[in-house]
Design a protein around this ligand. Sequence first.
Ligand code: ZN
Length: 272
Amino acid sequence: MKYLAQGLLSLIMLVSSSTLLAFPKAHPVPGGIALIPLGSVQQPKPQAYFQNNWVTVLLYQQQWTAIVGLPLELEPSMQVLQVQAANQWINYPIPVQAKNYRTQRLRIKDKNKVTPDDESSARIVRELELTKRLKTTLSHFVPDLNFMRPVKGRDTGRFGMRRIMNGIPRQPHSGMDIAAPIGTPIKTPHRGRVLYTGSLFYTGNTVILDHGQGVLSLYAHLNQINTQLGDWLEQGEILGTVGKTGRATGPHLHWSIYLNQTSVDPSLFLNR
Ligand code: ZN
């Protein structure tokens, strides 16, 4: 009995330490992540909202914990997480600190990809609506957030960089760029269901994965897409290959992760 109890204890410790490892690093800055403890696991799971968007809540160190994606465009300020628990609303403060992102200057040969013509602009609007709708996907399955790097290669564009393309300021960088030769396999970083495959104006051949409970990831500029809508992909399975389709200066993978419909720095899931 004593050995059984000890075995059980070490198993519990193992489970709780792996839960600890699987969580992203808290970094409460614009484009970062806040981890907010919401009370004991003994209580029913609370519902959390940030800027009216549903927020992922998972178990972490025996506590319900909100994993809040902080939009890149936030100013350093005191933000609020609204939580509904046991029929009452509680506001949790999130102090968002400043972060200075570097500026990246890029030269894009295809001028229409920097200053789109009317036809392209109409397409961009349609595609923005599509991706906005996809980002609201909320599946019941539980992610463990144990992401691995999808491609081996050089980091050529960090998340959050301010970007100047052909001398014109453009949206900051919403993902991580990993340079690799055309045709390099892209491995699924964490189990998920294929939510979208297709060709988009800026991101070229694109795959979007649903990891459950509002956690999504996006793979852009693919040469080939090796998966289909609705497929379940296990960690390590190949979803496509590196390319330079869409707006790209050379072959690389652009990788984004979304929490509560907001893109956050993927490196926070890797360097834990
Ligand atoms: Zn990129």
